[in-house]
Design a protein around this ligand. Sequence first.
Ligand code: FES
Length: 162
Amino acid sequence: MLQYFDPGTFNRGTGGLNPDIDYGTPPSTSETLVSLSIDGTDIAVPEGTSVLRAATLAGINIPKLCASDNLEAFGSCRLCAVEIEGRRGYPASCTTPVSEGMAVTTQNGKLAKLRRNIMELYISDHPLDCLTCPANGDCELQDVAGAVGLREVRYASRVIIT
Ligand code: FES
């Protein structure tokens, strides 16, 4: 089982974490550990940690646009949706705190379709000039569109080039 204990690292340096990784939400300062399972990986993290951060600590990537480890999560983009055993719907992993015994699924067909549909709506209202855009190749929106497998936008009848 992976165990992470990083209370206070947000204000005291990296605490052994990789400074190049965005863990999705700030660390919890609790000294109480909570055990859960994410995609079959057992992990223990401080109480109050978000599911998104716990997944990142476990090396599991959940697509995200609005969350960052330098601001409190506000659950806007919904791309970080996950399934949690025993719970209805698809909660945002950035605003859902871990709980003892929680079993989280971050990847399956339903989640993939949901994320693609959400991303398609965002992209349908965005200029699709990737090839001539100065940010081409260094664009988070482009990266996430590729990560969720979006290749075509039905609403604007345009093709994304990633
Ligand atoms: Fe945007 Fe979670 S990352 S809702």
